[in-house]
Design a protein around this ligand. Structure first.
Ligand code: ADQ
Length: 540
């Protein structure tokens, strides 16, 4: 048994992704500090990597090496090595072609059914191949027979094939975090066959949902003429087989539940509740509750500017004055959303639905406040710049049209926030609006529910994401349908607390059972079952 134990320890798991789960930051004294990245991949696989000493991670550093001297690049490399990460450095040209170009301008829109946004450019395709080869050259020397390589996402779809040629006896898995499109869309890619052949170098190919698995199988049939069995096995021409299956990703439920009770998250929640008039505090003048009126009187005595003057000069802006026209007993509510600013997330459509709510149901005036956290990403890409301008404009229009002196309908935050304040925002939300136009899974919906463990709170969820297949008790909407999304938002705001808790409990039970940890273990177990059985005693 001791000999067997020794062999088991020697086998490695090599995780390969475009970005590493850490970033390096330069301190004032010129030294480099390493910080954990936020985001789905880092939080899903990060704990597995941290807990397993025989697990290493290979990825692009995200830095432009031209900014640093050779000596500094070596210090950065060493900082990553201390976290069992191997950092690759790409040139500015490779970043433009591989990352901004083929990955983000071609595959990302195509895979999200935005084919009109997809750019087909032979030069960026060239760079995509070059960088995938660079990854293969970094991984191949460390991958020994019996080791496992787990490749992540659409950036590295040629890597399974490249490693298959270079690394005999290694089990190769690949997981796609975004949707996989239907053949009608995928076949428009001039290099679709090369991509399929590359990714079929893996022993196991994982997707979030059965729909994406079926799309992939249909593409393999249409473009390569290969059949797949009911068990997901695809017999390949070289005598090997690749298996495809669905592995819906989960979250670290307890981490989000716990973090929502951290003092920072609680302070954030309290602040949001005060500003939105849900809890007596800052927004004293607009609170329509008895408590609020007392606070308002107190504030007039203390002499705030607008309580002295606004009533006389701008009565229509003064919510306290117009309160007679609205339901005084109506409780104030908070809507939240958290996204990277990306055109797949449906932010303009969602804003229109919120604007329509204020138009169609004027009784929500002064009673509902929307906290919109939307952090810009991929800012060098023109489509993203246009989207930012569009969102800025819509927020401005809605706030301009509906604001009262002491009530702003939308609080728009574009900074990137760490996990604790994000959990504070989730916890403050009576309703989470999660309405992507297309999304592989969408972790935000799941994180919101974890932050409402044992509480009410309602989720309005797009039917166009993987999460909708699991979170069936949510208010499911077609995010393109502005009227229906507005109605669902209205219903979610009005839901009875007992009913909200009942729905949440059903969804939360599923999230507790299928976590990020069980997702990792489930994928790796399945990989070891389908990969070469003769290697079984040499693996992790
Ligand atoms: P993403 O497109 O990044 O992930 P998502 O699943 O929502 O989308 O994950 C985003 C993560 O980043 C969440 O953990 C969220 O808390 C965090 N986040 C998002 N916006 C933030 C902000 N403004 N500030 C701070 N934190 C923010 C891809 C796919 C998804 C798939 C995941 C995991 O596109 O469909 O669910 O991978 O597989």
């Amino acid at each position: 048994p001791s000999g067997r134990g020794k062999r088991v320890c020697m086998a490695k798991l090599i995780i390969v992704s475009n970005r590493l789960p850490f970033s390096v930051h330069e301190a004032e004294d010129g030294s480099f500090a390493i910080r954990q990245n936020v985001g789905g991949l880092a939080t899903a696989i990060g704990p597995y990597h941290a807990a397993h000493r025989n697990c290493v991670w290979v990825g692009w550093s995200g830095d432009d090496p031209e900014r640093y001297s050779d000596e500094q690049v070596e210090s950065i490399r060493a900082a990553y090595e201390s976290k069992r990460c191997t950092a690759l450095f790409l040139s500015a040209e490779q970043i433009a072609g591989f990352y901004s170009g083929f990955s983000n301008d071609t595959l990302w829109p195509l895979f999200h059914d935005f084919s009109h946004e997809a750019v087909f450019d032979a030069k960026t395709w060239e760079k995509y191949q070059e960088v995938n080869r660079l990854f293969a050259e970094a991984v191949a020397p460390v991958a020994q027979p019996g080791d496992t390589v787990w490749i992540q996402d659409y950036h590295l779809m040629l890597l399974p094939g490249l490693l298959r040629e270079r690394c005999p006896g290694v089990s190769i898995g690949w997981f796609l975090h975004v949707p996989f499109p239907s053949p009608e869309i995928f076949r428009s890619l001039p290099w679709s066959r090369e991509i399929l052949n590359g990714v079929l170098g893996a022993d196991l190919l994982g997707f979030h949902t059965v729909d994406f698995v079926n799309n992939f199988k249909a593409c393999v049939k249409t473009l390569l003429g290969l059949d797949s069995g009911d068990d997901g096995r695809i017999a390949l021409e070289d005598g090997r087989a690749a298996t495809v299956d669905a592995f819906p990703i989960g979250i670290d439920y307890n981490l989000y539940r716990r973090t929502s009770h951290s003092s920072l998250a609680k302070a954030m929640r309290r602040g949001i509740e005060e500003v939105s008039g849900k809890r007596p505090g800052l927004r004293y003048n607009t609170s329509l509750s008895a408590e609020g009126s007392a606070a308002q009187e107190a504030s007039s005595r203390s002499g705030s500017w607008w309580s002295h003057h606004a009533d006389e000069e701008m009565p229509e802006l003064n919510l306290a004055r117009s309160a007679a026209a609205v339901d005084r007993a109506k409780p104030n509510k908070i809507v939240v959303s958290v996204d990277r600013l990306d055109y797949t997330k449906g932010i303009p459509e969602r804003l229109r639905a919120f604007g329509r709510l204020l138009e169609r149901y004027p009784e929500w005036t002064g009673h509902v406040t929307y906290y919109l956290l939307a952090t810009p990403s991929r800012e060098s890409v023109e489509t993203y710049q246009r989207l930012k301008a569009q969102v800025d404009q819509l927020v401005g229009e809605i706030n301009g049209r509906y604001s009262l002196l002491a009530w702003t309908p939308i609080h728009y935050i574009t900074r990137s926030l760490p996990i604790k304040p994000v959990c504070g925002i989730y916890a403050a939300g009576d309703v989470a609006l999660v309405t992507p136009l297309r999304d592989g899974m969408n972790l935000v919906a799941k994180e919101y529910l974890a932050c409402h463990d044992d509480r009410d709170g309602a989720l309005v969820l797009s039917d166009m994401c993987g999460a909708a297949r699991e979170l069936t008790e949510a208010f499911i909407v077609n995010p393109y349908d502005i009227d229906k999304t507005c109605e669902a938002l209205h219903d979610a705001l009005e839901i009875d607390a007992t009913e909200a808790r009942r729905r949440n409990r059903a969804m939360q039970a599923r999230l507790k059972a299928r976590t990020a940890g069980t997702w990792c273990a489930g994928f790796l177990d399945a990989l070891h079952q389908v990969a070469d059985p003769s290697l079984a005693d040499r693996r992790l």
